[in-house]
Design a protein around this ligand. Sequence first.
Ligand SMILES: [Mg+2]
Length: 204
Amino acid sequence: MKIYVDFDDCLCETALAFTGIAARMFGKNIPYEKVRFFNLQKSFALTDEEYEALMTEGHRPEVLLSYEETPGAALTIGGWLDSGHEVSIITGRPYSAYEASREWLDRHGFERVSLYCLDKYGRDSFIRDSIFSLELEDYYKMHFDYAVEDSPAAFRFFTHLPELKVLVFDRPWNRECEFPGKNYFRCPDWETIRKRVSGETPVA
Ligand SMILES: [Mg+2]
């Protein structure tokens, strides 16, 4: 099987790290459970300048390398690769973050997965004038059976694959979102995701 996996808040605890950065830089003490919007500018009530500074800080290589792994991610994905599944990490991070992201993957047991930077969020997110390594037209040529994603803003990248099963990693900012189809399943952790893909929990 071919499996799409998002990076931030699927493989690692990015938003949690950003709550710490927002507190340190701007004195914004927003508990993780109160991060209700995928757009962190909105969640932390930041000005445009503050948001840009937050994003720049969060994408420095040392900071990217410090993000904690989401429990069970490497174990589950390693198991998939051992079973012959193909795993592609499709991140909305800009290509300028590629090297540090690749290093993070290698350090955390994801040496065997491919990493692609796709402009998922357009001008609304991340760093201005970013470049990305995966062109949209090439992304649309890829085929996936499963996708692991936390961001409702990325669901539009799945509409061309009606058979795709989308495993939505449960996060505070996607709890109020209405899923676009019956092929979307909320998953609280990697063990639930593993069971869905293995067929231990049936997916409709
Ligand atoms: Mg994400």
